[in-house]
Each structure stands twice: as C-alpha cells, then as structure tokens.
Write a protein that binds this ligand. Sequence first.
Ligand SMILES: CC(C)(COP(=O)(O)OP(=O)(O)OC[C@H]1O[C@@H](n2cnc3c(N)ncnc32)[C@H](O)[C@@H]1OP(=O)(O)O)[C@@H](O)C(=O)NCCC(=O)NCCS
Length: 198
Amino acid sequence: MAGHPKVVTLKDKSRITIRRMVDGDLDSLLRFYRSIPESDRMFLRIDVTNPRNVERRFGHLNYDYVYPLLALDEDRIIAIATLFRAEFGWKRNVGEIRVLISRPYQRKGLATVFLRELFFRALQAGIHKLQAEMVDNQASAIAAFERLGFRKEATLRKHVTDLRGKRDNLVIMTLDIEDYWHLIEDHVENLDIRIHNV
Ligand SMILES: CC(C)(COP(=O)(O)OP(=O)(O)OC[C@H]1O[C@@H](n2cnc3c(N)ncnc32)[C@H](O)[C@@H]1OP(=O)(O)O)[C@@H](O)C(=O)NCCC(=O)NCCS
C-alpha cells in the first residue's frame, strides 16, 4: 500500500491512474462534474457545476479533513472518491466517504479500488468508523458498499428529495474499522500467534 500515483488495470483491462487531488486540478474537476448526469450528483451537498463551490470545497486542500482521490484516463478525470472528516468535536473519528464514477467507467471495479485506498488512509488516520449515505433505491451503490463489508446501519424515512420533488428514504451505511481490527487481533490471539516489532 505505498503512496500515489498508482496505475490500476481494471476488470476490462483498461488502465487508469489514481492519485490525490492537487490545487491545479480544479478546472478539469469542473469539466468532470459537468459531464455527470444530475441524478448521479444528487447525493452531493453542493452544486458542483458551479466553479465557486468547487473552489470552496477543494481549493487549498488540507488532506487531514478532505482527502480526495481522483481517477484519470490519460489526463481526463473520470472519477472521484473523497474521505471527509470533522476538524473538531465528537464526530472527529468518523470518516464519510463519497464516491462518484462517470457512467462509462462504472462496473469495472473502480469503487472497490477507491474504497481499498480510503480504508487504508482511514486506518492510518485513526478514524474509527466509515460512513456513506445513499438513497434506498440506489441498488447499485448499496450493493457496491455491501460487497466491501459496509452494512445498512440506519434508514431515515422520507429524508431526502429527488429531482422531481419526490421524497426518498436515506440509507446510512457504515463500516466499523475498530471492530474489524479487533476481529483480526482476536483471531490472531486465538491462533496463539505472537507478533513483535524488532
Ligand atoms: C455506486 C458506484 C460508486 C459503484 O461504483 P463501481 O465502480 O461501478 O463499482 P464496482 O465496479 O467496484 O462494483 C463493486 C460491486 O458492487 C456491486 N455493483 C456495482 N454496480 C452495480 C449495479 N449497477 N448493479 C448491481 N450491483 C452493482 C456489484 O456487486 C459489484 O461487484 P461485481 O461487478 O463483481 O458484481 C457508482 O455506480 C457511482 O459512482 N454511482 C453514482 C454515485 C453514487 O451513487 N455514489 C454512491 C454514494 S457515496
């Protein structure tokens, strides 16, 4: 799990690059967001087609709190996955993950790659629990996160409003990193394996 950039060969053998976002990416990021259908952008909290919002969210990044990874096909951004964390307060050990992949690149394993990278980052950063939010009719998103160990922790009924003004249930999916780590540690202990730093 060394750093970035990384070249990734996806399930269909296409090759993309994954790396952290830097300040110079904002113009291409805006082009990427503008190419995404509105229905795929509904879970975001800002209108990302507006350059001022993109600058406010991703300009002058502090990776401790906003850690965005980009996927690029040659020089073109084709997906983004971000780990958000509160700067202060009782939620500082919760990491929120948001993933957005452009349609032609979906179902090739990219979300799986992103979650792997962000899981490792969260573990290193001392985040205890990961969270992702989606609407309960987003079967693909729910399936993708479940496949990687996330579970539906809560459903908030009629909590969000879709493009046509219809109210939908919001699903909060979580993965407890600390519990998962304890599971591994308990298993190692049960096997009577001892590990020491040298
Ligand atoms: C949800 C999303 C992130 C999934 O990304 P992806 O790169 O297509 O997912 P992966 O290829 O890694 O798929 C992992 C697993 O998820 C499940 N999955 C993904 N897409 C699916 C679909 N359309 N239907 C059913 N299951 C699906 C499958 O089990 C899949 O494994 P498999 O292909 O080996 O069967 C992507 O569709 C997306 O960006 N959607 C729009 C934004 C969004 O809804 N984000 C989620 C909120 S954070």
